[in-house]
Write a protein that binds this ligand. Sequence first.
Ligand SMILES: [Zn+2]
Length: 288
Amino acid sequence: MECDAGAGAGGGHLSIMGESPLELGGCRLFFLDGGSMQVRVPLARGLSLKLALRPVLVRAPWGTALLDCGPGEYDASSWRRYGVRAPLLPFPRQLERIGVRPEEVDLVFLSHLHFDHAGGLLRGGRLAFPRADHLLQEKEWHRARQRGGYGPLTGTLAGGRLRLLQGATEIVPGLEALPAPGHTEGHQVCRVGGSREEAWFLADLVPAARSLALGPDRFSDRDPDLALEHRRRTVTGMVARGALALFYHDPRQAWARLDWRIEGQAARAFAASREGAGIRRDGAAAGL
Ligand SMILES: [Zn+2]
């Protein structure tokens, strides 16, 4: 998550149920409503932002994957602290609408183990997606185990189908995990490739379109400079490849294509387009 004044403050219930699926060519992405949360803006007393919680379901010839899974039942104190609101339609019902049963999910990709991304993997104290491999960077696993406070999550995962990744990993052809540390030590992002397009699930590396223009996030990221370095590197590569960005926390938009905009001497990345038309290629890619 990211704290930044001016975007999405207050307001009613966020819902992204109306968002159309993205077609990448033989691979479809469905945006799920994981509810919303409220985050206080540092140094601005009384001001808080409403953030989306937006897991993505991937349906591809190789199977079905869930990219992060919302806050779920896990950690009631975090729900209170962050003013979490449940989705309008319970998660299993959303999957049902897409035609997927929880036991049909083959892979659960976990960017990291914070409650707003991973809590939903538990339901009734058990794994919500009982036949899925749960993919996590080994570093994130060890961080969570050392820090404690993740008891039910790590305890249930340890007894289930946990697959620990060491660095960049092609999970299946068309689905790749890439380390992007900084928010947490073991944070990772995911590249999903279709025959026509590729999309990157950026989780808390770039939680919202606005984050593209920001410097180090000293409030949310454990190592803000490292996170910024990875943000720059990832976005530079994405612009070069014409990739789509998927925003987990953006209250306004689920995805965008990225591009550069020249501001003074610097080129800054921005969410250029939802359609791919008219994208400028004038960025010098000198940095963000
Ligand atoms: Zn987050």
